[in-house]
Design a protein. Structure first.
Length: 150
């Protein structure tokens, strides 16, 4: 199945490894052999990473609302920028039956953020998908994209 573009996004979200760039950790350190002898190794305390959070705290809630609206045939266009609403209206006849066919939402999991847009894994009863949602300066959804999960 080819990815379906609901609206043109102004950014690209790497999917193959969305968090690889965010989780770089040094594997070891080397002492400077020209100075004093290397200090004895100490047990390192385990690092506690902060759980990543969406760029927009409303992203999951709004995404769930848009998906529910598409499945019910009542998309709330007031959540979207005028440009995005026009694009979705023009594609609604093709997209709505597809989203309805995914079945009920079983899980929505935040994956990563990049350049102000959020990536979510959305699992339905009949499909696994990835969704990108981005907001403009007036807190309206300005970018929305979904595709099959990889």
């Amino acid at each position: 199945m080819k990815p379906l573009l609901i609206a043109a996004a102004l950014l690209l979200v790497p999917v193959a490894a969305p968090t690889a760039a965010l989780a770089q950790v040094a594997a070891a350190t080397m002492p400077n052999s020209f100075d004093a002898p290397a200090p004895t190794a100490r047990a390192a305390a385990p690092a506690i990473a902060a759980a990543p959070t969406p760029a927009n705290p409303r992203a999951e809630e709004v995404l769930r609302e848009i998906i529910a609206g598409a499945q019910a045939g009542t998309i709330d266009y007031s959540l979207m920028s005028d440009d995005l609403a026009a694009r979705i209206r023009s594609q609604e006849a093709a997209i709505r039956p597809l989203i309805e066919g995914f079945g009920p939402v079983q899980a929505v999991d935040f994956m990563a953020s990049q350049d102000g847009a959020d990536l979510f894994a959305v699992t339905f009863s009949n499909a696994a998908t990835q969704w990108v949602i981005g907001f403009n300066e007036t807190d309206k959804v300005a970018a929305l994209l979904f595709r099959p999960a990889e």
